[in-house]
Design a protein around this ligand. Structure first.
Ligand code: FNR
Length: 360
């Protein structure tokens, strides 16, 4: 590859070179046949633009507001596990890059740095992603620590009652390292490295009985707004609204849970319609280009989250890599907006894209 990195996909190549195979596969892989993994990217490619010309685009403004927080562009950092497998500085490097990019970082429950360490390392707006384990005291402890250390929202990941079957991890015998946030909370037996693989670990700890009525419990332990991540249908979007979610994240967990779920971009519009503008809708899964971000916004998302490109940037170049990934996506979005005739994110609307369904 030539020296200059010109798009975020090239970071995947560098990450592959930089990481041990076991860790690269953990980051890159999806569930089973990886059908949804490919679809998440390819479904974006089937949406085309209907640009407007002769619009004054001498100034293109990317900034936007998420739950009242101003950020530089509608691009946030998705929660992804164990950044120290990618880079020795782990989530601290990611958080610093988030702050320098003036965006929001969603810290994973399964982080390799604690909520307090990440809070101390940067002044980016941070949300905290939560998995609910059978031991509910763990959620109480972490949510309260996150709230105390200045995180601004809880992102409840709802699509993981059990772990999806990631065959690369099974083949590689991926061992779960100590999850830093849980030190002292889990029995050492469960998190020890004596052979328990990720699947066994997750299935032993995750609470598969978690359901909609438990959101009332979650609300009772925090004053923070709760976003629900992992919504793919209008039915679940409606339920999320009924229980008072402050936002919805259309996500299939980067195609790592149930294979053959639809590409997120293909269901975004119906979720947005069900929500009817009452709360913000976000999307993640397969966002690799500024054009993808524009398409998600045109179909009603308020912002996107980016998972793998951030981890690949981190693996290849640490904090600088994450910053560059965010900058490249912003630059591409800015150019897309100029070429489509949209001087601000508010100008992007449904009339700027044509989906596959419209072409049939
Ligand atoms: C994830 N994702 C995830 N989600 C979550 O809620 N908690 C987590 O700890 C993780 N961990 C995680 C690890 C890795 C390696 C990946 C790739 C993904 C899912 C993540 O938040 C997001 O939904 C997807 O990554 C979005 O898809 P892209 O951008 O990776 O295609």
């Amino acid at each position: 590859m030539a020296d200059e990195i010109v798009n975020v996909n090239e970071y995947q190549v560098l990450a592959r070179q930089a990481l041990p195979k076991m860790y690269y596969d953990f980051y890159a892989g999806g569930a089973e046949d990886e059908h949804t993994l490919k679809e998440n990217v390819q479904a974006f490619q089937r949406i085309i633009f209907l640009p407007r010309v002769l619009v004054d685009v001498s100034n293109v403004a990317l900034s936007t507001t998420i739950l009242g927080y101003n950020i530089s562009a509608p691009i946030m950092i998705a929660p992804t596990a164990m950044h120290k497998l990618a880079h020795p500085e782990g989530e601290l490097a990611t958080a610093r890059a988030a702050a320098k990019s003036n965006t929001i970082m969603i810290l994973s429950f399964s982080a390799s740095c604690t909520v307090e360490e990440v809070a101390a390392s940067c002044d980016a707006v941070r949300f905290f992603q939560l998995y609910v384990y059978k031991r509910r005291d763990i959620a109480v402890n972490l949510v309260q620590r996150a709230e105390k250390s200045g995180y601004k929202a809880i992102v409840l990941t709802a699509d993981t009652p059990r772990l999806g079957r990631r065959e690369a991890d099974i083949k590689n015998k991926l061992i779960v390292p100590q999850l830093k946030n849980l030190e002292g909370l889990m029995s050492m037996e469960v998190v020890s490295d004596k052979g328990s693989n990720l699947e066994a670990y997750a299935n032993e700890t995750m609470d598969p009985s978690l359901c909609w009525r438990d959101i009332a419990w979650l609300k009772s332990i925090t004053n923070l707004p709760i976003l629900i991540k992992g919504i793919l249908t209008r039915e679940d979007a409606t339920k999320a609204m009924e229980i008072g979610a402050a936002g919805i994240i259309v996500s299939n967990h980067g195609a790592r849970q149930l294979d053959y779920t639809p590409a997120t971009i293909s269901v975004l519009e119906e979720v947005v319609q069900a929500v009817g503008g009452k709360v913000p809708v976000f999307l993640d899964g397969g966002v690799r280009r500024g054009t993808d971000i524009f398409k998600a916004l045109a179909l009603g998302a308020q912002a996107v989250l980016v998972g793998r490109p951030v981890v690949f940037g981190l693996a290849a170049k640490g904090e600088a890599g994450v910053k560059k990934v965010m900058q490249m996506l912003k630059d591409e979005l800015e150019l897309t907006m100029a070429l489509a005739g949209c001087p601000s994110v508010k100008d992007i609307n449904r009339s700027h894209v044509r989906t596959e369904r419209q072409r049939l």
